[in-house]
Design a protein around this ligand. Structure first.
Ligand code: SF4
Length: 73
């Protein structure tokens, strides 16, 4: 899955780091770092972070490739 964080909106509250430490971390005092394309297995953790962010800065984006439209078969 794709992860999109609006860093303009982000206030460095760090809730996401607590909710999903595998994906989010702070680099220094306030610079939020995160995994842009976490494994789907981490979805639950990601969703916890989305829910935890007080300013709704975290969004789950579209999958890497849209599922191709099956023709025929
Ligand atoms: S919880 Fe939201 S505001 Fe806080 S550091 Fe994470 S993205 Fe930024």
């Amino acid at each position: 899955m794709r992860l999109i964080v609006d860093l303009v909106r982000c206030q460095s509250y760090g809730q996401c780091v607590y909710a999903a430490p595998t994906i989010f971390r702070f680099n220094g005092e306030e610079a939020l770092e995160f995994d842009y394309a976490p494994d789907d297995a981490l979805r639950e953790e990601v969703e916890r972070a989305v829910a935890a962010c007080p300013v709704q800065a975290i969004r789950i984006g579209l999958p890497d490739a849209a599922a191709p439209v099956e023709e025929g078969s």
